[in-house]
Design a protein around this ligand. Structure first.
Ligand code: AMP
Length: 113
């Protein structure tokens, strides 16, 4: 299966990003259209379209993505942040490569729109 999402191109180094972290499983970078003073994404290198497509096999990977995001938050000295995974177009997902949003630096509303 070929995966030509913009995030796959970032993983392959074909388009630039403001990289915050990378290891063999994932990459984290600033969101190009930040919705808060701090807004970064953590994505797996494995081309999983969305959380809906995850299985038991991905259990450790999902935990890793969240903990990488937490480590970045710690490095940035954040004590409050919001973690978001949009799943499906109606939820707001626009890039069909799994990603976790980390947003901080402003008060957040609840419920989200
Ligand atoms: P979602 O709407 O949950 O699918 O989130 C996709 C996110 O990817 C949006 O917040 C976009 O601003 C972000 N995005 C799209 N293209 C890029 C890019 N080239 N570099 C960084 N973030 C991007």
């Amino acid at each position: 299966m070929t995966n030509t999402t913009i995030f796959q191109k970032i993983i392959q180094g074909e388009i630039p990003c403001e990289k915050l972290y990378e290891d063999k499983l994932c990459i984290a970078f600033n969101d190009i259209s930040a919705q808060a003073p701090i807004h970064y994404l953590v994505i797996p290198k494995k081309p999983i379209p969305s959380l809906r497509d995850c299985t038991e096999i991905d259990k450790n990977l999902l935990g890793h993505l969240i903990l990488v995001g937490q480590k970045i938050a710690e490095d940035k000295k954040l004590s409050n942040w919001r973690t978001v995974i949009n799943t499906g177009a109606e939820s707001g997902q626009t890039v069909f490569h799994l990603h976790i949003h980390f947003l901080s630096g402003r008060a957040m509303l609840w419920p989200p729109g």
